[in-house]
Design a protein around this ligand. Structure first.
Ligand code: SAM
Length: 218
């Protein structure tokens, strides 16, 4: 199905510049850069704001939420080391932009959003663009046990701690990427499931996310 917007030369050029900018910021994974270069981020914006779509900034999407900054999307995607066919749980669908980037990397994405208005919007927009993820509405802080285990789990909102229940839904060898901290700033954390009982935790750079709200969250 053709989408209502067009991916014209001006936006394609702006996207190429964004990719070059992300390289200067230290994103090195060519597959991630290619994925960012493919997803038309302006499709997630009202036409009035297309001039903002390829700036490296987060932007409001309603209900007090934001489409993530491209650098953050690239950074988290790079940490996930997606292989084609990976089953990925994304917690915090938001606009669905990150979902599309994961799908361009070859992931089979299960994505969950707790804000109904955002969920209702995104389940229409993404399939219209040709991105057929598995969409869920509800509290993702508990994961989605019915579809576990996952090769990778990505949390796109700031959590107060790493929910134990998410670790249980990770395959051995799997990776969880989650920002953890207080309401103001969070450290990006990756947890690798080394065996049934062993987990390796690495703390990385500081970010600022909207809060993860739910049973295993704020
Ligand atoms: N990566 C997304 C994008 O590119 O548009 C942006 C995600 S936005 C920063 C974080 C999203 O997480 C918000 O839409 C918020 O409603 C959602 N969220 C917060 N807590 C959640 C929870 N417990 N379960 C599911 N979604 C949650």
């Amino acid at each position: 199905m053709a989408y209502k917007f067009v991916d014209n030369y001006r936006e394609q050029g702006a996207r190429r510049k964004l990719v070059a900018h992300l390289e200067t910021r230290g994103i090195t994974d060519r597959r991630v850069l290619r994925a960012i270069g493919k997803v038309p981020r302006h499709f997630f914006f009202d036409e009035t704001f297309w001039n903002q779509a390829y700036k490296d900034i987060a932007f409001p999407i309603g209900a007090g939420q934001t489409i993530s900054q491209p650098y953050t999307v690239a950074y988290q995607s790079q940490l996930l080391h997606i292989s084609k066919g990976d089953k990925v749980l994304e917690i915090g669908t938001g606009s669905g932009y990150q979902t599309c980037v994961l799908m361009e990397l070859g992931a089979n994405v299960y994505t969950i959003e707790r804000q109904e208005s955002i969920y209702q919007h995104t389940i229409k927009v993404l399939p219209g663009m040709g991105y057929h993820a598995h969409f869920f509405y509800g509290d993702g802080s508990k994961g989605i046990a019915a579809h576990a285990p996952y090769d990778k789990i990505l949390v796109t909102a700031g959590a107060p701690f790493v929910p134990e229940i998410l670790l249980k839904q990770l395959k051995v060898g799997g990776i969880l990427v989650i920002p953890v901290g207080d309401e103001k700033t969070q450290k990006m954390v990756t947890v690798i499931r080394a065996s049934e009982t062993e987990f390796e935790r690495i703390e990385l750079d500081t970010f600022r996310f909207v809060p993860l709200v739910g049973d295993q969250a704020w």
